[in-house]
Design a protein around this ligand. Sequence first.
Ligand code: NAP
Length: 251
Amino acid sequence: MEEQVFNRLVLAWIVLAIALMPIQLFVTAPYGRHISKRWGPVIGNRLGWFFMEIVSPTVLLAVLFRNGVPALGAVWICVALWLVHYMHRAFIFPLRTRTSGKHIPLVIVLSAVAFNTVNGWTNGFYLGSGWADYSGWLDDPRFIIGIAVFLAGAGINLWADSRLIALREHGETHYAIPRGGLFEKVSCPNHLGEIIEWCGFAIACWNLPALAFAAWTAANLVPRALSHHRWYQKEFPDYPADRKALVPYAL
Ligand SMILES: NC(=O)c1ccc[n+]([C@@H]2O[C@H](COP(=O)([O-])OP(=O)(O)OC[C@H]3O[C@@H](n4cnc5c(N)ncnc54)[C@H](OP(=O)(O)O)[C@@H]3O)[C@@H](O)[C@H]2O)c1
């Protein structure tokens, strides 16, 4: 495929993320606390997360090597960040969640498989293409800042998900008000951390597919955080009034 055609396809993918965001503000993705029977057949939550998330590293690796093994360290660092994130999300996160007896609609799993296929493909294809000149990139401020932002976001995301998971004992399925750290400022620091993480990745890679993935992550998680926040306010009359949904003091 020619670079120009590839770039046009990825730009169209970014436009789709922006176009779908207003819809996601009104139609809450029906999984976790928002699950509803109206969305058809379901599968076990853990299995669903595994299927959704294993696609992304698999597709990325499948297209990365089509021109041989990338020689540059910077490409390998970006690939390693992607793989570590998704290996954790596919294997460790589902096993850690206290989700006994809970399900996820098949339609969510299939749409996430499609989403992860496109993002794994575009990012793997570009990083394996040799189109970008990443020589000397290890010392570039964009790479160094991007990696630092990625790691900060990943740290926030992991910390917040761990805190949420720890709100339940094994076998429990109820919800409680999360407290402490960033949870005193926002309802969904895990989603905030994930958005920061992929913005960092986009800065470190400085390419369109990584920007597209950051845009999609925000398009998915800004509406989800707003839905979670409204849900907390409805379910818990004593929910802290000064807590925002996603961005401290702002949103
Ligand atoms: N890149 C992307 O586009 C994208 C899209 C979606 C998700 N993600 C990431 O995937 C991870 C999971 O996403 P999510 O939206 O499912 O997160 P979530 O709704 O915050 O749930 C995370 C885990 O904590 C549990 N939990 C959440 N709030 C709780 C509470 N108040 N009391 C007790 N348990 C609680 C959930 O249980 P239940 O499942 O039973 O609710 C689930 O096991 C996050 O790190 C998110 O950033 C990324």
